[in-house]
Write a protein that binds this ligand. Structure first.
Ligand code: CA
Ligand code: CA
Ligand code: CA
Length: 397
């Protein structure tokens, strides 16, 4: 919210200087730039201001130190200046000039929205008559063109710029198959408008079932709290307003460990009162890597050494150390070297988790043979839950 306050402070501070508009001749003389013979025809006290409508209103600030150039709308540059503290600039109209273009060079973190002459907005691309002169604003070139006529001066030729929107930050997390996780992002509107969020994921390998929804992180704590609603449509924001969101990512149960899903989160923003309509998009990336980080396995053996022919027992203790329930739990092991398979047990799974089939491993070697042993579990392993499986082997003679 600090950013919001800063922008408001700037608005107030610079708008105070806007009152200078009533005395525009004075600064021109003080600058001493126009040759005396040209003083009858000046272009002055125009502004670079804030707001998508291009009209300075509602306490919107002028912007200082902006480069403004006067050209013949072609290759000839008549003059270049910088706006003053209140966003003001002025030029002398060159003798003999017919067509003039005032061209603005935005601040790097600002976006051109509109323009105006006085309180009359200039829709981009549409010639608009003000005081008998036709002005045309071109948003793409950020220029206002007009033909020099009988008017002694041309005042209030204003550009409207807005601060860019801010959208933070990229995310990366590891998660187990079958779990959900949340990626926090913050959007700050540079101007009034409506933001809409969308997501697009690319899974590697291409496993179906990845999905995302966007929640409003109402209390901006970066975590999902009960009752924080889905965002499914546009959200209207005022200039400087912050919106915290959570992208909820679902990892499909069949996502392989080591697989990835890259989600591009797009914040599409439609500016209020921009004419013609103006949109801006900002993106962030959330990368999910499939891991078994939530499941820990600890293996122990009944004897660290054994004579030939002895039967020893291996116990594998599994625990869910994550905050999410784990599904599709699978444990794999194999008969050690110099041993053969005897038996295996599924132990006593915690509530909610079931061995498939019950009480025995899903796959195992024949008795006296060697190979892999797999325990597949149905249901889910609750956060903090733990149990163990075991198998027995006989040391070779
Ligand atoms: Ca405005
Ligand atoms: Ca501009
Ligand atoms: Ca929250």
């Amino acid at each position: 919210m600090a950013l919001t306050c800063a922008r408001h402070a700037r608005d107030v501070a610079i708008s105070a200087a806007f009152a200078l508009a009533a005395v525009f001749v004075s600064p021109v003389l003080a600058q001493g730039t126009p040759p005396p013979g040209d003083l009858a025809s000046v272009l002055t006290q125009s502004k670079v201001t804030v707001g998508a409508d291009g009209v300075q209103n509602g306490g919107e600030a002028g912007i200082a130190s902006i480069t403004v150039t006067l050209t013949n709308c072609a290759a000839s540059v008549y003059a270049t200046t910088q706006t003053g503290a209140g966003g003001d600039y002025s030029f002398a109209v060159p003798a003999g000039a017919t067509t003039l273009c005032v061209v603005e060079t935005n601040e790097g973190d600002h976006r051109s929205t509109g323009a105006s002459v006085g309180t009359t907005a200039l829709p981009s691309g549409t010639p608009t008559s003000v005081g008998g002169t036709s002005y045309t604003y071109n948003r793409a070139t950020d220029s206002i063109s007009f033909t020099v006529g009988a008017a002694a001066n041309y005042t209030g030729i204003n550009f409207g710029d807005v601060p860019d929107n801010a959208f933070t930050t990229n995310g990366q997390q590891s998660a187990a198959p079958g779990t959900t996780l949340y990626y926090p992002h913050t959007f700050i509107a540079g101007s009034a408008g409506t933001v809409t969020f969308s997501t697009a994921g690319v899974a590697t390998p291409s496993v179906p079932g990845w999905s995302e929804v966007v929640h409003n992180d109402t209390n901006c704590n970066g975590r999902f709290d009960s009752g924080e609603p889905l965002i499914t449509g546009g959200v209207a924001l005022t200039a400087g307003q912050q919106l915290c969101i959570l992208v909820k990512e679902f990892v499909p149960a069949n996502a392989p460990v080591g697989g990835e899903n890259t989600v591009t989160v797009t914040a599409s923003f439609a500016y209020t009162n921009a004419n013609p309509a103006l949109n801006a998009a900002a993106t962030r990336i959330d990368l999910t890597i499939v891991s078994r980080a939530g499941l820990t396995l600890v293996k122990s053996v009944s004897a660290t050494s054994a004579l030939p022919g002895a039967v020893i027992t291996y116990t594998i203790t599994y625990s869910n150390v994550s905050a999410e329930a784990l599904t599709s739990v699978t444990i794999r092991d194999a008969t050690p070297a110099f041993t053969t398979y005897v038996s295996a047990s599924c132990g006593a799974p915690p509530a909610g988790l079931t061995c498939t089939p019950p009480a025995s491993p899903t796959t195992a070697p024949a008795v006296g043979a060697t190979g892999g042993i797999t325990w597949n579990f149905g249901g889910s392993l609750a956060p903090g839950a733990s149990s163990a499986v075991s198998f027995q082997v006989q040391v070779n003679n």
